[in-house]
Design a protein around this ligand. Structure first.
Ligand code: SF4
Ligand code: SF4
Ligand code: SF4
Ligand code: FES
Length: 939
């Protein structure tokens, strides 16, 4: 068990090669130049009383509690704002200092409610701790004078409250919002005695710009800002370090627990992806884990129209296994398959693919990354040799130019966005390429130098044109390109890229972005000197998703922006373990570590370890599984933690395919949309209920630790083992660490990974092996993983999806901060306060032409189907483009998306669908899985 609180050193660490030695209370201390006296003292275990200082914020010097005496100087300076000097002699304790500090504390306490020595924070409030530390025993001033004790509590945020009577105006919350989060939502309102900390201009939290990241709550030294769960449940008794179960940033958290209940999730200060920061999802939206909708008992049914029957684990597992065996005997080995989850752990995904390859005897395993980042894998592996992002997150702090393309970090990857915003505030330049005006284009203290508002589906044309500018204007890094890349391919690519069809003027016709803006952005990127690309699904989910990834690698290679901090090509991965589920071998053509199933050496290593003969042929991808189900040859599917009926394209096609199968096993925490078509439902365990690892977007493997017992009694890896045993392929592990050991034995990039090392180091970025025993932050240093980098020809081919008079608009899709993916988790939290339904964003011009107003119900139809939504009129989009999210099953946005997909990987083209939008008097039916279940059960 961990200590709940970390030591706070008062001011942030300073990095310098120059060291300074000073004396604090007679102790000699040596620290880097620029360090504060407060931090130097703390490093020598000398605690100076403090209130407004914290080592996660720049010093401010407002509370006057941290006073010190310095030999040879008059006065009592604040130790938090005083920087160390050589041979300085500091005294932190004296009669004079003690009296001054007691007087300061007494004044704070005199304007604090009721019993000044009790607080709501359960004895953990710094104010009271400091009162004790300075020896304040009573307050001489009564409450008869002017005070702030009648102010009202702001309860408007669903997760925390602000009690201004307990505020000491230390500004820690304001600095946390500015420096850590970069939202600038808080201020000190008024002057002198009337000053108050306030969200916005005298607003409630809910009316302000606040995005509920929780940084201010964490920073508050009193109980003025407090989590409501802490107020309701009381203080925690223990803490467990684990990893957020939401997005690919993979923030590290301390789960604080009381009995068998989580009291709060606090971002881990020592967490390397997040350095103690969080977003609203990981920090507050964990209530779904104990939501009443969680399925706690396994269930079976013969037909999908029958009501579910609750059964024991044994009965469910045996039924599922016998059905799989029956189908296999009837239709052959190739008739079964499995889908691994990017929400489950590496170990769990590994077991599912092992069950398919070794148990079912084929390679029919795929994962939800098929529908998001499979082009990343293909493109980066082809050009560089490794299908993963090239940098660690902190690398962005060394970037001079940041290009964000097809990603919306402030909504999708908020904690990484905060690191990026910090670098932008420090002066890095910004290029944003997106069909939609995302928040980063202009926000407090951040403004893009170039906003390239391209038409959906034209990324490749834009990227090619940028490369042409670089080559034709002599901005290429010829030394890098010639020394580090294949010369023949480089020459071929140069010949290709200078063709007139790749000129900015030609691109202007295709993308809608002015040629001059393309030129300007290209010059900025080329001149860096350190330029980094960050991208998301707006690049990959296209018919040319893989081409666009290759076009970005061309751009980075021709400018030499690879192989050092501050540069690189970085996919922002959507789900918590999308990187990991790919790494461990979830694709039908690859074993773990991205090695092809046809490679006899690799295959024989797995055959030796698993004791079976393995198929050398790649198996079916998800869309091929659906096609095979419809032609009758694919009849059994085990789906772990993935709602394919809602998240895969062309939902009607998916539904028909699922209906056609004889045995569908859904293993999930909720009865999702896919469960409508299932014969067996195996209740899953949430991230709080199991041990394992997740791998985030920077290749960082982090521990997921069991905080609570699994609600349904079994962790997911135990369920897959049981199913495999019952099917006839025994799997015997006593702990997920043994699964990781097996993965490490079989996979060169994980060769040095173990739970012992993960516990010791906190986290590890792969590759981790003899050459890099503690992992690898930046890849391709000195040479590419494949040897020489490979320039690829990236001809722009417009998508087949075209607008017509019948479907004159282009629909593109995305996410919002407060919801996650298909919303299964976040819809079961108070996050619905901010986003209770998917909306259709439409430009006022397009709306007016159709007689549509803000908030009207409209029918959105495409060649594939139609859905009903309400509108939001906005100029974030250009006329001709509409946008929606897909967080709610009522919307089923994937009903309208088409079957077009990336040429190399089948990743669906979610980002481009020709649609029409018309007013309607119809209203959507509520189509949640629960509704379907009840209907099916005749209730
Ligand atoms: S919760 Fe986050 S965004 Fe909101 S005011 Fe606090 S620090 Fe700022
Ligand atoms: S709310 Fe807390 S952190 Fe903010 S100024 Fe008041 S006491 Fe300081
Ligand atoms: S940024 Fe992602 S990983 Fe971090 S707290 Fe938010 S959802 Fe969790
Ligand atoms: S802690 Fe130094 S002035 Fe407040």
């Amino acid at each position: 068990m961990l200590a709940i609180d970390d030591k706070d050193f008062g001011t942030p660490e300073r990095k310098s090669d120059k060291l300074v030695t000073l004396e604090v209370d007679g102790c000699s201390v040596t620290v880097p130049e620029g360090t504060s006296v407060m931090r130097a003292a703390a490093l020598a275990d000398i605690a100076i009383p403090k209130l407004c200082a914290s080592d996660s914020l720049e010093p401010f010097g407002s509370c006057r509690l941290c006073l010190i005496e310095i030999e040879g100087r008059n006065g009592v300076p604040a130790s938090c704002t005083t920087v160390v000097e050589p041979a300085m002699k500091v005294r932190t304790q004296s009669e004079r200092l003690a009296k001054l500090r007691r007087n300061v504390m007494e004044l704070y306490m005199s304007d604090h409610p009721l019993d000044p020595f009790e607080c709501k924070a359960g004895g953990k409030c710094e104010l009271h701790e400091m009162a004790r530390a300075v020896g304040l025993e009573h307050v001489r001033y009564n409450h008869g004078g002017r005070h702030h004790l009648a102010l009202e509590i702001d309860d408007s945020n669903p997760y925390f409250s602000f009690d201004p009577t307990r505020c000491i105006l230390c500004s820690r919350c304001i600095r946390a919002c500015d420096e850590r989060q970069g939202t600038f939502a808080l201020t000190i309102d008024g002057r002198g005695f009337d000053s108050l900390m306030s969200p916005g201009q005298h607003q409630h939290y809910s009316e302000s710009e606040c995005v509920s990241c929780g940084a201010c709550v964490q920073a508050c030294p009193t109980d003025a800002l407090m989590e409501k769960t802490l107020l309701e449940k009381g203080s925690a008794q223990r803490a467990v370090i684990t990893t957020c179960g939401y997005c690919g940033v993979g923030c590290s958290f301390k789960a604080e627990v009381k009995g068998d209940e989580v009291v709060r999730m606090v971002p881990n200060k020592n967490g390397l992806p997040n350095h103690g920061h969080s977003c609203v999802k990981g920090r507050f939206a964990w209530g779904y884990a104990t939501h009443q909708d969680r399925v706690r008992k396994p269930m079976i049914r013969k037909r999908i129209t029958d009501p579910w029957q609750e059964v024991s684990w044994d009965e469910a597992i045996n039924y599922a296994a016998s059905e799989l065996k029956r189908v296999q005997a009837k239709y052959g080995n190739g008739s079964l398959g499995g889908i691994t989850s990017s929400r489950c752990t590496n170990e769990e995904a590994y077991l599912v693919q092992k069950l398919v390859r070794a148990g079912f005897g084929n390679n029919n395993v795929d994962t939800c990354a098929r529908v998001c980042h499979s082009p990343t894998g293909y493109g980066l592996k082809t050009a560089l040799g490794t299908p993963a992002g090239t940098q660690d997150f902190d690398s962005v702090l060394a970037s001079d130019v940041i290009m964000v393309i097809g990603a919306n970090p402030t909504e999708g990857h908020p904690v990484f966005a905060s690191i990026m915003k910090r670098r932008l505030r420090e002066g890095a330049r910004l290029i944003v390429a997106d069909p939609r005006r995302i928040e980063l284009v202009r926000m407090p203290h951040v403004e893009a130098d170039y906003f390239l508002q391209l038409k959906p589906g034209t990324n490749v044309a834009l990227l090619n044109a940028m490369s042409q500018v670089i080559v034709t204007e002599g901005l290429a890094n010829e030394t890098f390109a010639r020394e580090r890349c294949e010369p023949r391919e480089y020459k071929m690519w140069r010949d290709f890229i200078v063709q007139p069809r790749n000129a900015p003027e030609a691109a202007e016709q295709m993308t809608g972005v002015p040629a001059e803006a393309i030129r300007g952005a290209a010059r900025l990127y080329a001149k860096g000197p350190n330029s980094a690309i960050y991208y998301g699904l707006g690049v990959t989910e296209h018919s040319q998703g893989s081409t666009a990834v290759l076009a970005m690698t061309n751009l980075a290679m021709v400018t030499g922006n690879l192989g050092r901090p501050g540069v690189g090509i970085n996919p922002l991965r959507g789900q918590n373990n999308v990187q990991g589920s790919n790494d461990i071998g979830s694709f039908p053509h690859e074993f773990s570590g991205y090695r092809h199933v046809s490679d006899p050496q690799v295959r024989s290593a797995f055959e030796r370890e698993w004791g079976v003969t393995l198929d050398a042929e790649p198996g079916l991808r998800i869309p091929n599984m659906f096609d095979a189900a419809l032609d009758g040859s694919f009849q059994g599917l085990y789906i772990e933690g993935e709602d394919i009926a809602q998240s895969d394209p062309n939902s009607q096609h998916v539904a028909k395919a699922l209906e056609a199968m004889e045995i569908v096993i859904v293993h999930d925490i909720f009865l999702n949309e896919t469960a409508k078509y299932a014969h067996v439902f195996l209740p899953g365990s949430s991230f709080l209920e199991k041990n394992g690892t997740f791998t985030n977007a920077e290749r960082r493997i982090s521990m997921v630790r069991k905080v609570l017992p699994p609600l349904a009694g079994m962790e997911d890896w135990e369920v897959t083992c049981a199913l495999s045993r019952a099917f006839g392929f025994p799997m015997n592990y006593s702990h997920p660490s043994e699964i990781m050991d097996e993965l490490a034995r079989l996979t060169p990039i994980f060769a040095g990974v173990s739970y012992e090392k993960l516990d010791r180091l906190g986290s590890i970025q792969w590759p981790c092996n003899d050459a890099a025993p503690e992992g690898t932050a930046v890849m391709h240093v000195g040479a590419f993983v494949r040897g020489k980098g490979r320039f690829m020809l990236t001809e722009y081919i417009p998508t087949d999806e075209r607008t017509t008079p019948r479907y004159p608009l282009i629909l593109t899709t995305g996410r919002v901060l407060t919801q996650y993916n298909v919303g299964t988790q976040t819809r079961r939290t108070k996050n619905v306060t901010w986003y209770a339904e998917d909306r259709l964003e439409i430009h006022p011009h397009d709306a007016e032409q159709r007689g549509i107003r803000d908030n009207d119900w409209v029918e959105l139809s495409s060649r594939a189907g139609s859905i009903l939504l309400r509108t939001e009129l906005t100029e974030r989009l250009q006329p001709g483009v509409v946008y929606t999210t897909f967080h709610y099953p009522e919307t089923t946005a994937n009903v309208v998306t088409t079957e077009n997909s990336d040429w190399a990987t089948n990743c669906p083209e979610y980002k481009v669908t020709a649609v029409q939008v018309l007013p309607t008097s119809r209203r959507p039916e509520r189509r949640t899985a629960e509704h379907i279940l009840h209907a099916a059960a005749g209730r």
